[in-house]
Write a protein that binds this ligand. Structure first.
Ligand code: CUP
Length: 147
């Protein structure tokens, strides 16, 4: 099975509640890698205990997962999705590439726990994200952002 399909097979529980799963992803990212919380100024002042109920964190978490769904459903033809994403993240948010690797491992863990993502699905998700991140990196270099 193609990597995209091996992940999409487990997408149901994610799609059923993007806000909740998205919040879990970002809360876990900010808890395990506290520096990442500073990347987005709107999240900087939120305490660990308040994250689960924070609407802005849920909303951005949902955005991240919906973007990932678009990438999965594009099945490799994702250049048009990545270009604007790389643009905004390099020039506006200034998010270094390593942060995408960190969030990948968090999404793998959260999907394992909440969607039953199995070993094959985990490898598939890492593969898809590896290609996605390499393409982001190529766009970053074109833009002259050394993230
Ligand atoms: O869109 C957005 O917002 C992004 C998404 C993605 C994911 C993965 C890869 C690439 C891209 N984001 Cu936001 C991201 C991130 C965050 O939020 C935080 C941290 C890190 C990363």
């Amino acid at each position: 099975m193609a990597d995209f399909d091996a992940v999409l097979k487990f997408w149901g529980p994610v799609e059923a509640d993007y806000d909740k799963i998205g919040n879990m992803v970002l809360t876990r990212l900010f808890t395990e890698h506290p520096d990442t919380q500073k990347l987005f100024p709107k999240f900087a002042g939120i305490g660990l205990g308040d994250m689960a109920g924070n609407a802005a964190i849920s909303a951005h978490g949902a955005t991240v997962l919906k973007k990932l769904a678009e990438v999965l459903k594009a099945k490799g033809n994702h250049a048009g999705i990545i270009k604007p994403l790389a643009n905004s993240h390099a020039t506006k948010h200034k998010i270094a590439i390593n942060n995408f690797k960190l969030i990948t491992e968090i999404i793998v863990k959260v999907m394992q726990e909440k969607a039953g993502l199995d070993a094959g699905g985990q490898t598939a998700l890492r593969n898809v994200m590896g290609v996605f991140i390499a393409d982001m990196d190529a766009n970053y270099k074109e833009l002259g952002f050394s993230g």
